[in-house]
Design a protein around this ligand. Structure first.
Ligand code: ADP
Length: 308
């Protein structure tokens, strides 16, 4: 195999109660990438469409993640890799734009090397790419992109990611207001300490959400989607947030929250019809906010990155 083409999906990190720990994978929103072996050693980014992102290997998360993988590959190779990125996920959207590139690069190179690395190792390499834009090798977006479904980052020392089961009929309606919120900016506004009473509710919700996924309990899942610690701060950066959440609640959504560091807002629904009905309602409501937006409906993708 000399070249592969992949679909690298968008992801929702945090999922309300699971700040920096939970994530899930989308399937209608994502980038395409081509990764090919070349005679020139090292890693080159040779094409980017859809956004104005750096071509320098060390400045693009895809390049940094690819180099992290090659550094750990202990066979000497007399070839290198070219990466083409066809962006559909806008950077700074909160739906894992940088993670899709980092995860896609390591997935593709691992395939072309005949899969010497495990999924956990790929998550680690991809997280090194994320470090370029997050100041920390955060794995809560790259893990669901690589594993699919819902994931929980159990810890970083050593990195351990759990893949959780997911209900067949779980859909997300995602509103992406076209304003950019940098992850660094939305981290800077967070308090250093959390209130203990809020923290107790928060970790009870994380446990309940994980149980709901295992027992396919949609109601418990929905009632666990609360974030008392981060959302009160970050929601202030998103115009119309409360109104979108209310519209979702009034129209049968299981629950809503900020996707990653925002500005995208997700609402989970049982079934595609419910999710599409909600999309139409939110469209109507958000038009009044006078901010351009995109809105998507996506099933939760159980497989993660795939060859196309
Ligand atoms: P998101 O949550 O949508 O990934 P981030 O703020 O975490 O948004 O990441 C976007 C930042 O990462 C931007 O500053 C962008 O320039 C930078 N970046 C570097 N390489 C890439 C890439 N391949 N894809 C997307 N963003 C990238």
């Amino acid at each position: 195999m000399k070249e592969i083409k992949i679909f690298s999906p968008g992801t929702i990190a945090n999922v309300s109660c699971g700040f920096d720990a939970l994530g899930c994978c989308l399937d209608t929103i994502g980038d395409e990438m081509i990764i090919r072996k070349t005679d020139k050693k090292g890693v080159q980014i040779t094409k980017i469409t859809g956004d104005d992102l750096p071509f320098e290997t060390h400045k693009n998360v895809a390049g940094v993640a690819a180099l992290a993988l090659l550094e750990k590959y202990n066979k000497s190779i007399d070839y290198g890799f070219e990466i083409e990125i066809y962006k559909n996920i806008k950077p700074g959207s909160g739906i894992g734009s940088s993670a899709a590139s980092a995860a896609g690069a390591v997935f593709g190179i691992n395939k072309l090397l005949n899969e010497p690395f495990t999924a956990q190792e790929l998550i680690l390499f991809a997280s090194k790419g994320e470090e370029l834009v997050s100041d920390f090798p955060i794995a809560d977006n790259v893990a669901p992109a690589l594993l699919g479904g819902f994931t929980l980052v159990k810890g970083y020392d050593p990195l351990k990611v759990l893949k959780l089961p997911v209900m067949d009929d779980l859909y997300a309606t995602i509103l992406h207001p076209q304003i950019e919120i940098k992850t660094s900016e939305s981290r800077a506004i967070l308090p250093e300490k959390a209130n203990l009473k809020d923290a107790v509710k928060q970790w009870a919700n994380v446990g309940a959400l994980v149980h709901a996924l295992h027992t396919e309990d949609y109601d418990l899942f929905g009632s666990s989607l609360h974030d008392l610690i981060v959302e009160p701060y970050r929601s202030q950066l998103i115009p119309g947030f409360d109104q979108v959440v209310k519209t979702a609640k009034d129209n049968g959504a299981l629950g809503s929250g900020i996707s990653g560091s925002g500005p995208s807002i997700f609402s989970f629904c049982k079934g595609i019809q419910q999710a599409e009905k909600l999309r139409d309602k939110i469209k109507k409501v958000y038009k009044k906010a006078d901010i351009p937006f995109h809105i998507y409906v996506s099933k939760i993708n159980k497989k993660g990155i795939k060859l196309i």
